[in-house]
Design a protein around this ligand. Structure first.
Ligand SMILES: Cc1ncc(COP(=O)(O)O)c(C=O)c1O
Length: 434
């Protein structure tokens, strides 16, 4: 090439949640049956879409030709009106349809949120981190993502002293990211903590990004949105239907902008995102058409409550099993459908081993197994030995902790329990093998 064509932040773009799939597929070819416990797609894991949702989609596809058309760049007006009305009924900050911008899923939103942020402006995010955010943020700045700790010894709540210290020390930090409910920990932010984060943002003149894609998936606690506490601080909330309906293939999500009228830089930034979206014309139309029909249906919230009950039950099953292993730190999640298990300091080493299912499977992971990331070493051996695919915390979630994330999506409770017990037994075998 005449000039360097490689994007400066290219090395920051990693997504272990899907990268591990390539390895798992190779292992599958050696005859090992793989249990996919790595990806947060309820449909891929076999959850059934309610018939009444399918009927709404089918009726729209059949009778509404406009569902095949482009939509306005911001999104369909009727849909934005519906979202704004629902948001305002919840109390907290009030918005108008003009404060809403649709994207082709939150993956698209996240990419634009960081791409169109000044490259010197940094957003501090949680550790463990969800890699779509952390990689995109790191890529935009061509520097490692800056994080605050989520504390596994305190319900995975954020360490606000750590957040404040890092913000104080780094003048480039302009924004705080929260994911609520959180991926990968399943933690739900108590409203008191949200208020303290807003206080920090106010004190240092920052904006807040709140990823609320799981905001209707929570159990055992109350969930409060950023909108309930944001006051006059600039912020944006990200929501979508991938997890809720669930319809991840629809590629439909949206941003709600708060307090553009109170900060002209934030307003300019929000307009840049709209302008960037304009270059692309618009986002997917059909899911926007059906969104108000599905969400306003009297069956919608009971349906979500039912799903939440099932996730809660599975979180209890997993907790029951893992909490018996003294070398682990385990918390029952309260939201989304993930759980993160941490190995206590010093319990892993690079001699531990699981018997591989066959020599071919071992050959595939032998090299990876030499990594100095000791949780990744365990996760790949678990894959080659038991065929269970989970995601390591260090390489998958940009974390300095060793552990792994499981998903609570297996619809068959008996199978789910068996898989959890297999992982728990494998941990015991691995730790004993030193
Ligand atoms: C926290 C979080 N945000 C955003 C996304 C992406 O969602 P979408 O399907 O809307 O791109 C995910 C997907 O797993 C997620 O976990």
């Amino acid at each position: 090439m005449r000039n360097n064509i490689v994007f400066e932040g290219a090395d920051q773009l990693t997504y272990e949640i899907r990268e591990i799939v390539d390895i798992a597929e190779k292992i599958e070819k050696t005859g090992v049956k793989i249990v996919w416990n790595n990806i947060g797609d309820p449909v891929a894991k076999g959850e059934k879409i309610p018939e009444w949702i399918k009927e709404i989609v089918a009726e729209t596809v059949k009778n509404d030709d406009k569902s095949y058309a482009y939509s306005p760049t911001r999104g369909l007006l009727a849909t934005r009106e519906y979202i704004a009305k629902e948001r305002n009924l919840e109390g907290g900050i009030q918005i108008t349809p003009e404060d809403i911008l649709f994207f082709n899923g939150l993956g698209d939103a996240i990419s634009k949120v960081y791409t169109y942020l000044n490259s010197k402006a940094r957003v501090i995010g949680p550790n463990p981190a969800y890699s779509t955010h952390s990689s995109a943020e790191a890529g935009h700045a061509d520097a490692p993502h800056i994080t605050y700790k989520l504390d596994p010894n305190n319900h995975w709540y954020p360490d606000l002293d750590d957040m404040r210290t890092k913000i104080k020390a780094n003048k480039n930090i302009c924004g705080i990211l929260i994911i609520n409910p959180d991926n990968p920990t399943g933690m739900v932010y108590p409203q008191e903590i949200l208020k303290k984060i807003v206080d920090i943002a106010r004190e240092f003149k920052l904006f807040i990004i709140s990823d609320e894609i799981y905001s209707n998936l929570f159990y055992g606690v109350e969930h409060k949105k950023l909108a309930s506490v944001i006051g006059e601080v600039p912020g944006l909330a990200l929501r979508g239907i991938s997890k809720e309906f669930p319809w991840p293939g629809s590629r439909c999500g949206w941003a709600e902008f708060y307090n553009c009228d109170k900060d002209k830089d934030f307003a300019r930034y929000a307009k840049t995102l709209l302008d960037a979206k304009r270059l692309e014309v618009c986002s997917t139309t059909l899911p926007q058409k059906v969104l108000p029909k599905v969400m306003s249906d009297t069956r919608y919230y009971p349906y979500l409550a039912e799903r939440n009950k099932i996730y809660q039950k599975k979180s209890e099953i997993a907790y029951e099993s893992f909490s018996k292993i003294p070398e682990l730190i385990v918390h029952k999640p309260n939201g989304a459908y993930y759980m993160t298990i941490v190995f206590k300091n010093g319990v892993l080493n690079n001699k531990q081993k699981l018997l591989p299912a066959n020599p071919g499977a071992w050959k595939i992971i032998e090299g990876i197994s030499e990594t100095d990331k000791l949780d990744k070493r365990f996760v790949y051996q678990l894959l080659a030995s038991k065929g269970i695919c989970v995601v390591p915390l260090s390489s998958g979630f940009n974390s300095d902790l060793y552990g792994f994330r499981i998903v609570l999506l297996e619809p068959d409770e008996k199978k789910f329990k068996q898989n959890i017990e297999t992982i728990a037994d494998a941990i015991k075998e691995y730790l004993k093998s030193k």
